[in-house]
Write a protein that binds this ligand. Structure first.
Ligand code: KIV
Ligand code: ZN
Length: 512
């Protein structure tokens, strides 16, 4: 690998999944992992193997399947964690164990309640144990941005001697600012005698909105791996966003002199896939992948772009995989064309039954909407996500009457374990009436934290994609539903969230 190549380490499936409500099933994670491999991500952090049996299975199935990217599992610096990570990665073509321990005074004193000498000892022991299982071992100094430089130099020198190939410097709490963070990376590389035996990596959180800036400052000062996530998903305010980091490195090669191995045309499909699977919509003004990222509203800008694109555009929409609303399929398209277009968008079907179910939904949609865009297809596939969880509740039918000056009323029929249950409710609007009727059946008693509707494409026949976030006893889930009728999309989203609440997945959190 050349000296100016930056390794892209994607942690959407691990840190991204730590976003409240973003849990994913094994199949969904595998689908995302395949999209990341297609994008030529160097390292995929597939999960935290010891967190739960489900996490273990996910890491294992990704390690068993993915061939072109390195597959990594997180582990604390504990025997059981490291062994479980090694077990999950046993069939990986190229596997990595990523072990970590906190190194800041505040974490060592209050969280770990460990003496710094003991922290060094445990870190060295963990790296050696991981190296007995696998060649590729990464070590992270949790809360590095609040750790003392001398202490970091001491522990890093020893873990490199113990066999760590990658040293990751996380800004765990999103506290760093670019100049300071870049300086720290430069100092570590300069002061640690065996620094040339490892690749320095950074992992920045976005609490101050500086994750991408800090990551770029780090690579400008010698780091050669960036840990990031699709759409900037991640714990609290999220992680550095993969699409921003990659496009900044590519667009400003003149200044940074660096490159990645990413196929940037896969960025938008991957962003849509992650948004669909997690139920986290992408804000319209989000850089690179937001719906407005390449839309020019002002007349002056439009005029300029028409005369010479580069007057107002620093990269092309096609470079990052926007399809400029190309109509791909219609009512008369066959199953083969449907399957092939979805494969191009990164979705493969494991069984004929899955393909048939998605194709039936496509035909239903084509009856209501005569132009079907890529975005519609992706929403249609993410609508199948509910089927991945054992669905207790399914929408059978919904009738809502709403008229000026009258109270809207919803009559709903929900299949509960294959039995029809009916309810009628009034509400302040059609969606409210539908939600009250649904709640009288599903009885989640959860609080509604978020309700949002996005038009998937333009035009009044566009599908509305609804996200509903429910919270119950500290557990947060995001339900998704899409339909050309937004009240039906809303009902589907609520039922999806109710089903997710029932899938009680207990998992350990790496930082607890
Ligand atoms: O933010 C963090 O410090 C982490 C580590 C486990 C790498 O996610
Ligand atoms: Zn993190």
């Amino acid at each position: 690998m050349s000296d100016n190549r930056v390794i892209i380490f994607d942690t959407t499936l691990r840190d991204g999944e730590q976003s409240p409500g973003a849990s994913m099933t094994k199949d969904e994670k595998l689908r995302i992992a395949k999209a990341l491999e297609k994008m030529r991500v160097d390292v995929i952090e597939a999960g935290f193997a010891i967190a739960s049996p489900g996490d273990f299975e996910s890491v294992k199935s990704i390690a068993d399947t993915i061939k072109d990217s390195t597959v990594c599992s997180l582990s604390r610096a504990l025997d059981a964690d490291i062994d479980r990570a090694g077990e999950a990665l046993v069939n990986a073509n190229s596997g990595r164990i990523h072990t970590f321990i906190a190194t800041s005074p505040i974490h060592m004193k209050y969280k770990l309640q460990m003496d710094p000498n003991k922290v060094v000892e445990q870190a060295v022991y963990a790296v050696k144990r991981a190296r007995n299982l696998i060649d590729d071992v990464e070590f992270s100094l949790e809360d590095a941005s609040r750790s003392e430089l001398d202490f970091m130099c001491r522990i890093i020198e020893q873990v490199i001697d113990a066999g760590a190939r990658t040293i990751n410097i996380p800004d765990t709490v999103g506290y760093a600012v670019p100049e300071e963070f870049g300086h720290t990376i430069g100092q570590l590389i300069e002061r640690i005698p065996n620094a040339d035996k490892a690749i320095f990596s950074v992992h920045c959180h976005n609490d101050l909105g500086l994750a991408v800036a800090n990551s770029l400052s780090a690579v400008a000062n010698g780091a050669r791996q960036i840990e990031c996530t699709i759409n900037g998903l991640g714990e609290r305010a999220g992680n550095a966003s993969l699409e921003e980091v990659v496009m900044a490195i590519r667009t400003r090669k003149d200044i940074l002199g660096l490159e990645t191995g990413i196929d940037t045309t896969q960025i938008v499909p991957a962003s849509r896939l992650v948004s669909g699977v997690t139920g986290f919509p992408v804000q319209p003004n989000k850089a690179i992948v937001g719906a407005n990222a390449f839309a020019h509203e002002s007349g002056i800008h439009q005029d300029g772009v028409l005369k010479h694109r580069e007057t107002y555009e620093i990269m092309t929409a096609q470079d990052v995989g926007w399809n400029t609303n190309k109509m791909v399929l219609g009512k008369h398209s066959g199953r083969a064309a449907f399957r092939s277009r979805l494969e191009e968008l990164g979705t493969t079907f494991n069984t004929d039954a899955e393909l048939n179910a998605a194709f039936a939904r496509f035909k239903d949609l084509a009856d209501k909407k005569h132009e079907i865009f890529d975005e519609d297809l992706q929403a249609l596939v993410s609508d199948t996500r509910s089927e991945a969880y054992n669905e207790k509740f399914r929408l059978s039918s919904l009738k809502v009457t709403s008229q000026t000056g009258e109270t809207p009323v919803a009559e709903i029929v929900v299949m509960v374990d294959n039995e029809e249950v009916k309810a009628t409710s009034a509400g302040s609007g059609p969606v409210d009436a539908a939600y009250q009727a649904i709640e009288s059946i599903v009885a989640t008693e959860a609080s509604l934290e978020l309700y949002s509707v996005n038009a998937i494409t333009s035009g009044t026949d566009s599908q509305g994609e609804v996200t509903v976030r429910l919270e119950k006893g500290g557990r947060i889930v995001n339900g998704l539903g899409a339909d050309t009728d937004i009240v039906i999309a809303s009902a589907k989203a609520y039922l999806n969230a109710a089903n997710l609440l029932l899938s009680d997945v207990e998992k350990a959190h790496p930082q607890v």
